[in-house]
Design a protein around this ligand. Structure first.
Ligand code: NAD
Length: 485
């Protein structure tokens, strides 16, 4: 059944003057009719957020907000199946993946934010001046204000709540712009917020696209106090320009061209399974996914062969079908982009080990954005396919000889989000991980997250860090008070 999704402003669901259709990446069928927010609705959402901040929400205590965040987490779990259905309909990802990764993490995000806000204090100093006077300096945390939250389609609810939970725990009011490809779970979250007792105007949702639509209207709005954004590096650059006139703070989690390094002493069973996850999870549509694999020459053929074998076993299918291991890409448009890189790789002389195009699928799925898991060899870091983010279940495999060469190749990118190092030499694991020019480096694992640890990237991969105390830093604006004693 096709859903109708409206904007959520000041505690009310609001129609737009225009609508757009969201279609399924699985078979091209209709998923939802979405009401697009125009300037009037975006204005109203920002105003509702401001009104909430100026009212009781702005005077709420930390303990009260922490309890509220826990109620939101409980309510997410109570409505787990609704959220699961919404997320799966929008993205086409296999049900077990959405269950374990997306929805469970949404509840965890709210609990982690509640824990953080009650447990982390701020600086205080007993100050002694050179002339013998004393003073007490202490900082008080205040919310940043009205925060624009702009998120992508790959892990819609997980990435949305990763930002909304700490923002609300810190006492901000948010206007959320979910991706046009995944409007459903952010809308359901509005119902959940109301059911949990989040006051009107604290959580607002505006639907639409980026440029010339709700995204641009929101980020160019004069009355927002900051933007937290996850998405493509190019979009981050546009948003940075949009907020420049008012010098608003930004937190950006952007794209990646992530490397894995496999040394010849690695446990190869564990490594091949780990690489399988890091290349193919969510059809390669996780910002942390590996697209470049550097393998020490002595084990290159074995690792490449076993990884290709693993890729061949991945079974595409409907999200709820028991044998499904891999879903489609998010849209036909995104598939066209990924396929263009696969053609480019072939033109530039890559040897395709597995995949390379569109899989054989039943007629009933022909309208979907299906793609084959693909691995190639034979291209170096000078080529566009090894330099640009593709965001699909694809990777280039490259041999190396020495540790120094591996470090140089992995760091030879304008991105800097994540890396994984596979070795049984623990000294080397620490050493190489620390030399990775990225925000997150894993040793003998991938995408194992502690929500208290910093998350973000360098270079084209982002600005700032979120996670744990780092989120508190972005979503608050401290005032230092100095009292002469
Ligand atoms: P995108 O940048 O196209 O869109 C992201 C969001 O921004 C969407 O809601 C979109 O409507 C909005 N938007 C687009 N143009 C805008 C503009 N000019 N002004 C305001 N808003 C605008 O990204 P996407 O294709 O949805 O997501 C995939 C990208 O996200 C990949 O590059 C991926 O690496 C990145 N990503 C990064 C992280 C991370 O944590 N670093 C996590 C997930 C995804």
């Amino acid at each position: 059944m096709t859903r109708v999704l409206r904007n959520y402003v000041g505690g009310e669901f609001v129609d737009g003057t225009a609508t757009f259709e969201k279609v399924s990446p699985v078979d091209g069928g209709a998923v939802a009719t979405v009401h697009e927010a125009d300037a009037v609705i975006v204005d109203a959402a920002v105003a509702a957020a401001r009104t909430a901040l100026n009212g009781a929400w702005g005077r709420s205590t930390v303990a009260w907000r922490a309890a509220l965040m826990r109620r939101v987490a409980d309510r997410i779990e109570e409505r787990f199946d609704d959220l699961l259905a919404a997320e799966v309909a929008d993205t086409g990802k296999p049900v077990p993946l959405a269950r374990e990764l997306d929805i469970a993490r949404a509840a965890a995000n709210f609990r982690a934010a509640a824990d953080m806000i009650v447990s982390k204090g701020l600086d205080s100093y007993l100050t002694e001046t050179a002339d013998g006077r004393r003073a007490l300096n202490y900082a008080v945390r205040k919310p940043l204000g009205v925060v624009a939250v702009i998120v992508p389609w790959n892990l819609p609810l997980l990435l949305l709540t990763w930002k909304v939970a700490p923002a609300l725990a810190c006492g901000n009011a948010v206007v959320v712009k979910p991706s046009e490809e995944t409007p459903s779970s952010a809308t359901l979250l509005a119902e959940i917020m109301a059911e949990a007792g989040v006051p009107d105007g604290v959580y607002n949702v505006v639907h639409g696209f980026g440029s010339g639509s709700a995204g641009e209207l929101l980020t160019t709005h004069q009355d927002i106090d900051g933007v937290t954004f996850t998405g493509e590096s190019r979009t981050g650059s546009s948003i940075m320009k949009a907020v420049a006139p008012w010098v608003r703070p930004v937190s950006f989690e952007l794209g990646g061209k992530n490397a894995a390094i496999v040394f010849d002493d690695a446990d190869l069973d564990r490594t091949v399974a780990g690489l399988g996850r890091s290349i193919f999870t969510n059809t390669g549509q996780v910002c942390l996914c590996t697209e470049r694999v550097y393998i020490q020459r002595g084990v290159f053929d074995e690792v490449a062969g076993r990884l290709a074998e693993l890729a061949r076993t991945l079974n595409p299918g409907r999200p709820e079908a028991p044998g499904t291991d891999i879903g489609p890409l998010i849209s036909q448009k995104h598939r066209a982009k990924v396929l263009s890189y696969l053609s480019l790789a072939a033109q530039q002389g890559a040897e395709c080990l597995v995949g390379g195009g569109v899989p054989e699928i039943p007629d009933e799925l022909a309208g979907g954005a299906w793609i084959q898991p693909t691995l190639w060899t034979g291209l170096d870091n000078a080529t566009a396919v090894m330099r640009e983010e593709i965001f699909g279940p694809v990777a280039g495999l490259v041999p190396f000889d020495s540790e120094a060469e591996a470090v140089r190749l992995a760091n030879d990118t304008r991105y800097g989000l994540a890396a994984a190092v596979w070795t049984q030499d623990i000294d080397r694991g620490h050493r190489v991980a620390q030399r990775m020019n990225v925000g997150m480096a894993w040793v003998n694992t991938w995408y194992l997250r502690d929500l208290r640890s910093p998350f973000g990237g360098v270079g084209l991969s982002g600005v700032g860090r979120e996670g744990g105390e780092h989120s508190l830093h972005f979503y608050t604006s401290p005032t230092n008070v100095c009292v002469s004693l």
